[in-house]
Design a protein around this ligand. Structure first.
Ligand code: UD1
Length: 434
């Protein structure tokens, strides 16, 4: 039986909410743990979400032992017994990030085979840059029949690699492979997202030699072996931004406990432009929404330090009730506006032309039955539901559960009227315990 989330709009959210560990950094770090040929890796502050469980399964199928602490926030990974070079296809199809095991498995076993990835349905997402990088490191590749098979019988060698686009996944895959290569690798036009910085810090804790992670020029000096370590993942800037926007769209006042102000600046500066008040504090960030309607603004999603594409949808939900017309452009993905037709069911007015959407702010939204077509689309619809008059019923909630830890419960804690229920209408479902 499917689940849906019901949201009764209109409550002003207030209070403190704690921000979970970063989904994207955690996924990369779990893949990175494959590189340890000695010792156990312990990772703390993992979010308890579907994607992390899926990534753990990918590792288990490679012969690696993965266990979680009782609260689900820490994982112990013993990769000394990496026996298989083939990732399980049916799992890879569910999670694009599982393609990131290609680099580490290749570096450890000199060969790897991984299916071409699945993931959110947001337009073409090729892996050519991953392959270009691994090829430059000396891997022989065969990308046919939906699989990528890579071999490097004599090991990987350092090289200078220029990325035509600063792809997050390609930067991670190349950096992990190069960590066990011979000599120095330089990635030019590397992705600079905080998740890359966190992966780099994790690999350094394992014994890797990496410089410039988090900048556009990343250098990796290969080492012979890496060992397990203990590491704490950074907090999730996208979750923090989403919770901040929940305060913004309801005219509320919320403290985001644990949010990293530096990581969130591209988001918080835009929040300020839209009329939200943002206060950076030692332990987190306070966001206060405007008493009336937000201000319209121009927003362009770009690679970091530009505005993150993963926040584009949630921010657009805010702009749907702005006092004027906003222009939103997504330069990272070609097809990331499909959720606007669902927002339209709630009264939002938007026109899309290619990668740009023109949003005409409306004074009020109304509750509707809507479908969360992907992870970030679901977050946008949830936010709109918090502002809308009446009841919103959000279906396809599996997307939301993949990426946000206990979002329903976190928003309840701030005063939102929201719950999960069976789609048959069979009553409220149990709480998720963070
Ligand atoms: C990661 C994030 C995702 C985020 C995205 C951009 C994870 C698990 N996912 O995804 O949440 O939205 O970064 O910030 O961390 N591209 C190519 N060739 C490639 C690789 C990418 O053309 O080889 C294109 C993609 O089609 C897309 C753009 O580059 O249009 C960005 O992709 P990329 O940065 O690679 O995103 P992911 O790593 O998949």
């Amino acid at each position: 039986m499917g689940q849906r989330i019901v949201i009764v709009g209109g409550n002003r959210l207030a209070g403190t909410v704690s921000v979970s560990g970063s989904k994207n950094a955690s996924l990369a770090i779990i893949a990175g743990a494959i590189l340890a040929s000695e010792g156990v890796t312990t990772i703390h502050n993992l979010p308890r979400i579907g994607d992390i469980a899926t990534m753990a399964d990918v590792l288990r199928h490679l012969g690696i032992s993965v266990s979680f602490s009782e609260d689900g926030h820490s994982a112990h990974i013993d990769a000394t017994n990496l026996t298989s070079h083939e990732a399980a296809t049916e799992i890879v199809a569910r999670l694009r990030a599982s393609f990131w095991v290609l680099g580490p498995v290749l570096a450890r076993l000199k060969r790897a085979r991984v299916a071409q990835p699945g993931g959110c349905n947001i337009g073409a997402r090729p892996v050519d840059l991953h392959l270009k990088g691994l090829q430059a490191l000396g891997a022989r590749l065969d990308a046919t029949h939906g699989y990528v098979a890579a071999e490097a019988p004599d090991g990987l060698r350092g090289a200078t690699i220029y990325l035509d686009f600063p792809s997050v996944g390609a930067t991670m895959n190349i950096m992990m492979a190069a960590a066990l290569g011979e000599g120095t690798t330089m990635i030019e036009n590397a992705a600079q997202e905080p998740d890359i910085e966190d992966l780099g810090n994790f690999l350094i804790a394992m014994g890797a030699r990496i410089h410039g992670h988090g900048t556009g020029v990343l250098t990796v000096e290969g080492v012979d072996r890496l060992r397990g370590c203990e590491y704490r993942v950074v907090t999730d800037r996208i979750e923090a931004g989403t919770l901040g926007l929940a305060a913004g769209i309801t005219g509320g006042d919320v403290f985001l406990d644990g949010a990293n102000p530096a990581h969130l600046r591209p988001i918080t500066l835009k929040m300020a432009e839209a009329g939200l008040k943002v206060k950076e504090e030692a332990r987190g960030i306070r966001v206060v929404g405007p008493a009336g309607r937000p201000r319209p603004t121009r927003l362009t999603a770009l690679p970091h330090p530009g505005f993150p594409t993963d926040m584009q949808q949630a921010f657009t939900a805010l702009l749907c009730v702005a006092d004027g017309t906003s222009v939103v452009t997504d330069k990272v993905y070609e097809n990331r506006f499909r959720y606007l037709s669902e927002l339209g069911k709630m009264g939002a007015v938007a026109e899309v032309d290619g990668r740009t959407a023109v949003i005409t702010g409306v004074p009020r939204l109304t509750g509707a039955d809507v479908e969360g077509t992907d992870l970030r689309a679901s977050a946008a619809l949830f936010l709109a539901g918090l502002r809308a008059e009446g009841q919103t019923r959000l279906s396809e909630t599996q997307h939301l559960e993949r990426g946000y830890e206990c979002l329903v419960e976190k928003l309840q804690g701030l005063g939102a009227e929201t719950w999960r229920e069976d789609e048959s209408g069979g009553g409220r479902l149990a709480l998720c315990s963070a």
